[in-house]
Design a binder for this molecule. Structure first.
Ligand code: SME
Length: 162
């Protein structure tokens, strides 16, 4: 199992993601436990990409409930349609927020967070979890992040089916 993660920060964002996804694939290949893998994925993303907060919320009893994450303590439950996470769940699509202060209904778990991306994961056409990534910088996320984090979500969806 890979024990060290290395992302070369001199590379462009797409190259960093290619390396990250390759390393995450290796990291999770030897483990079948879903929560163990989500835990390591959140650590790999947090420390590989140096984001402020990275974590998963899992759909349980019609709410999003905090799952494995890395970063400061966070809100534990989010209702359908609430906040960026609840909206990504409701709209069944990735949401990029360049400035969380201008997003109506944003749930501020940390005042440090300035921008955010939320990517939903699907099982039988229904959202069963979301990945939430926060940055302490404005406009940290763009379509490149969306594209690669959706690729990551495809890996996670496969894990969940096994
Ligand atoms: N900001 C999110 C809540 C989760 S925390 O950022 C970890 C939202 O508006 O849904």
């Amino acid at each position: 199992m890979a024990e060290e993660f290395f992302i070369d920060k001199t590379q462009n964002k797409a190259q960093q993601y290619e390396s990250l996804l390759q390393q995450i694939t290796a990291l999770i290949s030897a483990e079948t436990d879903f929560i163990a893998n989500l835990s390591n994925i959140s650590a790999a993303l947090k420390f590989g990409m140096q984001w402020w907060w990275v974590g998963f919320y899992l759909v349980k009893d019609n709410q999003l409930v905090l799952g494995p994450f890395q970063g400061p303590v966070a809100c534990t439950r989010i209702n359908f349609g609430k906040g960026v996470c609840g909206k990504a769940w409701q709209q069944k699509q990735t949401i990029i927020v360049g400035d969380v202060n201008t997003f109506e209904g944003h749930i501020a778990c940390s005042t440090q967070s300035q921008s955010e991306i939320v990517v939903p994961g699907f099982k039988n056409g229904l959202v069963f979890l979301v990945l939430d990534v926060d940055s302490e910088h404005l406009n940290a996320f763009d379509n490149t992040d969306a594209r690669y984090l959706q690729q990551l979500m495809a890996l996670i969806e496969n894990l969940a089916f096994h």
